[in-house]
Structures are given as structure tokens and as C-alpha cells.
Ligand binder design. Sequence first.
Ligand code: RB5
Length: 146
Amino acid sequence: MKIAIGSDHAGYKLKKEILPLLEERGLSFEDVGTEGPDSVDYPDFAKEVAEKVAAGTVDRGILICGTGIGMSISANKVEGIRCALVHDVFSAKATRQHNDSNILAMGERIIGPGLAQEITAAWLDTDYEGGRHALRVEKMMNIEMK
Ligand code: RB5
């Protein structure tokens, strides 16, 4: 599985705590930035990661800002993206099983690194269940087909 990961300045420290987990798992990943604490605009990074996922250049994406909210709103504006804002392990599993989410968003100002790593691991390890969820996911994606 190939991952694209990005953050703004408010998610930079938490992103750095997630990278070793990807390395430990032997996952190939691309960090699109930001590279430090200087103020940047989260939509720039959300767009870059979301476009890579939508194009199939990577399989899934991870986005981190202060709350995860700006990242998730931005990513979900790219066609083909199902970005889930998650701050608990139950939701991390459920959004893979039910929504087939292809981007995970988290907020550094909301959760600590231990929980963020558990959430990331659960989200990476959980498969989409398909079945009764497939029509609902299809209906969701049809909303953006105007
Ligand atoms: C940056 O101050 C903050 O607005 C951003 O990281 C994010 O929380 C937006 O949703």
C-alpha cells in the first residue's frame, strides 16, 4: 500500500509521530509537507494529497492539521475522495468497513500521538466490507456527479 501524507504547521508535529509507524510497517509513503512550524495554508496540502489518491498515484492518504476539520473539508472537495475525520479507534475501523474512506484526517490539537498512532494503525489494517454498504457508498459518490 502506498500512502501520501501531509499536514499544515498545526499538524506538523503529529505528522512526524505518524511517519515511524508507516516505516515500521514497510509502507511506501510520500510526505508532501509542510516541512516545519512556519504558517501555511491547509487546503494546499489537502489538495495535493487528495489529488494523488483520486488519480491512483497512491492508495490512501493521511492529512493532519490543528483540528483535522479544514483538511477533511478541503480533501472532500476533490472528486473521488472520501475523507474521514477521526479521533477514536472505533470510528477509524467503522469508516473503513462502512464508508471505504480513502483519506484519514486527524487534529493535532485534539488528540495525542499515542491515540493518533492507534487510529492510524486501525484505519490502515481494516478492510472495506462492501455488501450492504456498497450501494450507500455509490450513492454518496453520485452526489458529486452533477
Ligand atoms: C491553523 O491555525 C488551523 O486553522 C488549521 O490547522 C486547522 O485546524 C483548520 O481546520
